[in-house]
Design a protein around this ligand. Structure first.
Ligand code: ADP
Ligand code: MG
Length: 461
């Protein structure tokens, strides 16, 4: 059998049937190289670029090994950010949906530790968390790690970059010495070797080289902008490069706020992401971006890291990043999976040397066309997104499912199903995208009616 075929793996039938249902045809190179090793119980040191399917590479072997009868944590996945941890939890639940009673718990900040402690008490098979919160549970003696058979560092480069060494050391002390340790990373700085030496045993190294010329499917454009012209130039860029999904990268959170305010002054909805937002605010912005009710996201690098959005059409470097590596990461978020993407950079004349460096690093040509004048009507050249988001103050904890929301909206004399977009049910809140023209009708319906017999507050965003 073809070695890229999932069926060539020694996976249980539940997992293989989920693979088939989800329509995954072939393994990605990192999956092909690392899954068999992990299934054999080896320690793996894996590197492959962002978007190459590393999550499934470690999740499938973990699921394959999990013993649902044992209510103790058997796998611990350590992630640098809560977004990433949430994303990994979602992915594991997706692959594990045929495992009746499987419990996967995120251990992240921005949620109450007490809820998590309660869930830990009730039994958890797989825990996914950020170093700070995991350690917090250890310190409070709320977590039993004695049955952990597999530990994964996801985005290990980022974990180190964010300075979590101390937390990692403390966590690793609590883990059984007989265990499997896997380390996954998009880049491979020296510090990763050191991390591997400290915690892995006879690791097998799996590195997937980027195919040559990969970045050439990304059109890289540079526009000149002095510091005090940047907002103006950005507005012209947004008018002239319409896109259904754009991230605008800024180096500082103050700049994020400034750019968000400037775009909103033009009556275009957008979302800002930076380290000061709480979990609820982040969830909301991300839900709105994913369901298409905002098409512009303004973010710092750290806040954008690990976000699960793979269909970006455009990336704007409002500020040039301090490190050239960061530029490569940013533009790599567009043009994924063979699609073409566009990257636009606002540069100062003093950045010329840096631009040459970026050209060399990406192996692509940086184009410097001239930018037309801004049309007098602000951003009216941009079309408003078709969708708008409603939030309902009820979620998984209230046993709500997407079907309940859809039912409440489309029941007798209600909305047409075609006017209802993505429905995301989180623990305590649900985000639903509604066609702009039907949004008031949907508000009325939800406010005056009940969902599964209960009235929930509803807000329009
Ligand atoms: P990474 O962690 O390497 O950045 P992810 O695990 O987040 O990448 O995967 C990126 C995307 O690719 C996800 O949407 C995931 O569902 C998808 N994916 C994973 N494995 C496969 C596969 N074998 N075939 C097609 N898509 C895949
Ligand atoms: Mg990943």
């Amino acid at each position: 059998m073809d070695s890229t075929d999932f069926r060539s793996l020694k996976l249980c039938t539940e997992l293989l049937s989920v693979v088939q249902e989800l329509g995954y045809e072939k393994m990605t190179p990192i999956q092909q190289a690392s899954i068999p090793l992990l299934l054999e119980g080896k320690d793996v040191l894996g590197q492959a670029k962002t978007g190459s399917g590393k999550t499934a590479a470690f999740s499938l072997p973990i699921l394959n090994k999990v013993n649902l009868e044992n209510q103790n944590i058997q796998a611990l996945i350590i992630c640098p950010t809560r977004e990433l941890a949430t994303q990994v939890v979602t992915e594991i639940r997706k692959w594990g949906r045929k495992f009746v009673g499987l419990k996967v718990l995120p251990l992240i900040g921005g949620q109450t530790g007490r809820d998590q402690a309660q869930s830990l008490e009730n039994g958890v098979h797989i825990a996914v968390g950020t170093p700070g919160r995991i350690l917090d549970h250890i310190t409070r003696d709320r977590i039993d790690l004695n049955d952990v058979a597999t530990v994964v560092f996801d985005e290990a480069d980022k974990i180190l970059e964010m300075g979590f060494e101390k937390e990692i050391r403390a966590i690793m002390k609590e883990l059984p010495s007989k265990r499997q340790t896997a380390l996954f990373s998009a880049t491979f700085p020296e510090s990763i070797q050191a991390l591997s030496k400290s915690y892995q045993r006879n690791p097998v190294s799996v590195q997937i080289a980027d195919p040559e010329g990969e970045s050439s499917s990304i059109e890289q454009i540079v526009y000149d902008a002095h510091e005090d012209e940047k907002l103006n130039v950005l507005m012209r860029v947004l008018q002239q490069h319409p896109s259904k999904s754009t991230i605008i990268f800024c180096n500082m959170k103050a700049t994020v706020n400034e750019v968000v305010a400037a775009i909103e002054r033009n009556d275009v909805p957008c979302g800002g992401l930076h380290g000061d937002l709480d979990q609820r605010e982040r969830d909301q912005v991300m839900a709105m971006f994913r369901n298409g009710s905002i098409t512009l996201l303004v973010a710092t690098d750290v806040a954008a890291r690990g976000l699960d959005i793979d269909a970006l059409e455009m990336v704007v470097n409002y500020d040039l990043p301090v490190q050239s590596e960061t530029y490569v990461h940013r533009i790599g978020r567009t043009g994924r999976a063979g699609r073409s993407g566009i990257s636009i950079t606002l540069a100062n004349p003093k950045d010329t040397l840096k631009l040459l460096e970026l050209e060399k690093l990406t192996g692509g040509k940086l184009l410097r066309p001239s930018l037309g004048y801004k049309n007098q009507h602000g951003l009216t050249g941009m079309t408003l997104p078709n969708m708008q988001t409603l939030s309902i103050s009820g979620g998984r904890k209230d046993k709500l499912r997407p079907g309940d929301i859809l039912g409440a909206l489309t029941g007798t004399a209600g909305l047409k199903a075609a006017d209802v977009g993505k429905i995301e049910v989180l623990d305590k809140v649900t985000y639903v995208a509604i066609a702009r023209k039907a949004v008031n009708q949907a508000m009325d319906r939800l406010r005056n009616g009940k969902i599964k017999g209960t009235k929930y507050p509803v807000r329009k965003h």
